[in-house]
Write a protein that binds this ligand. Structure first.
Ligand SMILES: C[S@@+](CC[C@H](N)C(=O)[O-])C[C@H]1O[C@@H](n2cnc3c(N)ncnc32)[C@H](O)[C@@H]1O
Length: 301
């Protein structure tokens, strides 16, 4: 049976071929519920490429020169909804409990590095939220344990000897560019309270621009979570509202990769509609005041 389109009919075999290709490329799985969305985006790309059949489009994608079109298609298929301080109870768990605990543990063994990865960061609101919370926590620690050699103001955002790196990755180049630019509209800033706006943003040409010092600790980079080459040695990984677009087999593979990308006893945060239940035995759930995260279990010999 064919599916009517403005310029061409998408047949069931063509749909299956393209579905499989997208899955193989980025792990996104379009089941019956989401198949309409896929068909709509395929129609748009077909028109843009001025091709007259979906089979020709498939041939273009798998050809030697098809890489650019493949990334344009993937870009069209991603859902980039995000916000600052998304899922407040989870952010509270991170800020008030797990981050505190992590900083204390690291300090005790004189390891002053923190590495956090926002995997599927979209336009940057998640990694910048994490950067603000880390900066706050370390500033609070500095107040409680002032460093003997510290000089007077101006104080750096990240107090010495701490080194903080927040890696922000995505499969879509356009959201990475927006994150790197780091300027947001009034409506995007709705969930950012006055205190944070004042300390971490400048008002520039009617938009809120992330201050340079905060930007410096967030590094945006392209990473496809489907691949094996991913950022290693993280203390915390946030991968929220990404796995929900993958099927169970791909979710399982991803969680295994995350376990390998985490430091001992590191934490993994997934979205509120996602769970590791039944996917792995490498993590234990941490739950406080309706915020949930997962801690990596150390393997014993
Ligand atoms: C709904 S947004 C979530 C943003 C943020 N994590 C949050 O919860 O607010 C999902 C993001 O995952 C990205 N994504 C989807 N598949 C991906 C893949 N295979 N590799 C990397 N990023 C991917 C999308 O481009 C999109 O920006």
């Amino acid at each position: 049976m064919g599916i009517a389109g403005a310029t061409a009919q998408l047949t069931e075999p063509e749909l299956k071929l393209l579905q499989a290709l997208v899955y193989q490329e980025c792990g996104m799985h379009f089941d019956e519920r989401r198949s309409h969305f896929l068909q709509d985006r395929l129609q748009r790309r077909l028109k843009e490429c001025q091709l007259d059949s979906f089979y020709s489009y498939y041939r273009l994608l798998v050809s030697d020169g098809g890489k650019t079109e493949m990334s344009l298609l993937v870009e069209n298929l991603t859902v980039n909804e995000t916000s600052f301080f998304r899922n407040k109870s989870q952010m509270e768990l991170f800020h008030k409990h797990l981050l505190e605990d992590l900083v204390r543990r690291k300090q005790a063994r004189r390891d002053f590095s923190l590495r956090i990865w926002s995997a599927g960061c979209s336009t940057g609101q998640e990694p910048y939220t994490l950067a603000m919370l880390v900066a706050d926590t370390l500033a609070y620690h500095r107040l409680r344990t002032p460093h003997a050699t510290e000089t007077a103001a101006p104080k750096p955002l990240i107090p010495s000897p701490w080194k903080v790196e927040i890696m922000a990755s995505d499969i879509s180049y356009s959201v990475l560019r927006a994150g790197q630019e780091g300027t947001y509209t009034d409506s995007q800033m709705e969930s950012v309270d006055y205190n944070y706006r004042l300390r971490y943003f400048d008002k520039v040409a009617g938009r809120y621009a992330v201050k340079k010092a905060l930007k410096e600790i967030v590094h945006f980079d392209f990473h496809n979570l489907k691949t094996e080459y991913l950022p290693q040695r993280n203390d915390v990984i946030f991968c929220r509202n990404v796995m929900m677009y993958f099927d169970e087999a791909e979710q399982r593979r991803l969680v295994e990769k995350f376990a390998r990308c985490l430091n001992p006893e590191g934490y993994l945060f997934v979205g509120h509609a996602e769970s590791l239940l039944g996917l792995t035995d490498k993590f234990v759930m941490v739950h406080r005041n309706s915020g949930t995260a997962y801690q990596k279990i150390e393997e014993t010999e």
